[in-house]
Design a protein around this ligand. Structure first.
Ligand SMILES: [Zn+2]
Length: 69
């Protein structure tokens, strides 16, 4: 369900920065400085909640349609 990241080319990796960067376990993006990881993970969680709620709405709609038909 994870959409492809399109902004990878915007990230400039320097060896010195890589030592201090942290890797996001969800999408593999490297965060620098480390403090960026927490808001990044929060975005993941928020997006996952949104996806889940949209899926529930779809499932409800489909089951409702089946009931009518
Ligand atoms: Zn991520």
């Amino acid at each position: 369900m994870e959409p492809a990241l399109t902004n990878k080319s915007n990230v400039i990796f320097l060896d010195r920065q890589n030592l201090r960067a942290v890797k996001c376990e969800k999408c593999g993006a490297k965060m620098y400085p480390r403090s960026l990881l927490e808001p990044h993970l929060t975005r993941h969680r928020r997006r996952q909640r949104w996806v889940n709620s949209e899926l529930r709405k779809l499932q409800y709609t489909f089951s409702h349609m089946r009931d009518i038909a």
